[in-house]
Design a protein around this ligand. Structure first.
Ligand code: NAD
Length: 260
């Protein structure tokens, strides 16, 4: 279904990004992986994605907090693959603390990686997409792009910003065969979530088991973590012809959380 398409997925060495990159490769797209991690593990992931799905997969180590590295990643993708048809702005980090204790450097890093990187990457891919009159931009926001939780000031601010950027991108590209949508997951079982359990336990003064039950899944009515495969399936759908009229949306994938 995506044969002949080229997709960049930021933050795809792990978690949701990797799930989306796998789903794109499974649908026949060439993929550019990005993110941090152990070099040998990343190379094993890259070659496994390529060989299992019979597609071309390359890797960019670009740091999403650095605008020049982001435009460099897009330039490298165009050099290696000829074009970029699909951009998934997914890279993200989290930090949990009350506002009056929130470190300034964490605020700056979360805004840069979770929000500004989507602007820089979108800016770099749009000229080619407009020229070819086809493009798909998917921003991985969060249920926290729609509603707030305590202790996540930078993350909630960044993700609400991502939803706003999604709407503006959709407006500006609506007549160019380009769509831009945000996926707003509730809790998905990934390293990002696993890592925040001890931090949340400290902030709330709870055990880790209580955090899972009473904090993380408290607002998620289906009481289970979503999977990265579910995120991949939605991303593939958003790239399909059947989704050509869907643009500017913020799609909750949250087990009913934001239906409250
Ligand atoms: P993860 O920690 O498993 O993966 C994050 C990815 O981003 C990794 O590949 C990491 O290397 C990369 N990354 C981090 N900083 C980077 C930087 N400076 N430059 C380039 N890459 C960088 O996390 P995840 O849970 O898969 O989260 C992916 C996205 O989904 C994030 O934007 C997150 O906010 C969002 N999200 C996650 C959940 C969830 O429950 N897991 C829910 C809603 C939204």
């Amino acid at each position: 279904m995506l044969k002949g398409k080229v997709a960049i997925v930021t933050g795809s060495t792990s978690g949701i990004g990797l799930g989306i990159a796998e789903a794109f490769a499974g649908a026949g797209a060439s993929v550019v992986l990005n993110g941090f991690g152990d070099a040998a593990e990343i190379e094993a992931t890259r070659s496994s994605v390529a060989s299992r799905h019979g597609v071309t997969a390359t890797y960019s180590g670009a740091d999403m907090s650095k605008p020049a590295a982001i435009s460099g990643m897009v330039a490298d993708a165009i050099r290696d693959h000829g074009k970029v048809d699909i951009l998934v702005n997914n890279a993200g980090i989290q930090f949990v603390a009350p506002i009056d204790e929130f470190p300034e450097a964490k605020w700056d890093a979360i805004l840069a990686i979770n929000l500004s990187s989507a602007f820089h990457a979108t800016k770099a891919v749009l000229p080619g997409m407009k020229q070819r009159k086809w493009g798909r931009i998917i921003n991985v926001a969060s249920a926290h792009g729609l509603v707030a939780s305590a202790f996540k000031s930078a993350y909630v601010a960044a993700k609400h910003g991502v939803v706003g950027l999604t709407k503006v991108t959709a407006m500006e590209t609506a007549e160019d065969g380009i769509t831009c949508n945000a996926i707003c997951p509730g809790y998905v079982w990934t390293p990002l979530v696993q890592k925040q359990i001890p931090e949340q336990a400290k902030a709330h003064g709870m055990s880790e088991e209580e955090v899972v039950r009473k904090v993380l899944l408290a607002n998620q009515p289906n009481k289970r973590f979503a999977t990265v495969e579910e995120m991949g399936a939605l991303a593939v759908f958003l790239c399909a012809q059947g989704a050509a009229s869907m643009t500017g949306t913020a799609l909750p994938v949250d087990g009913g959380w934001t239906a409250h």
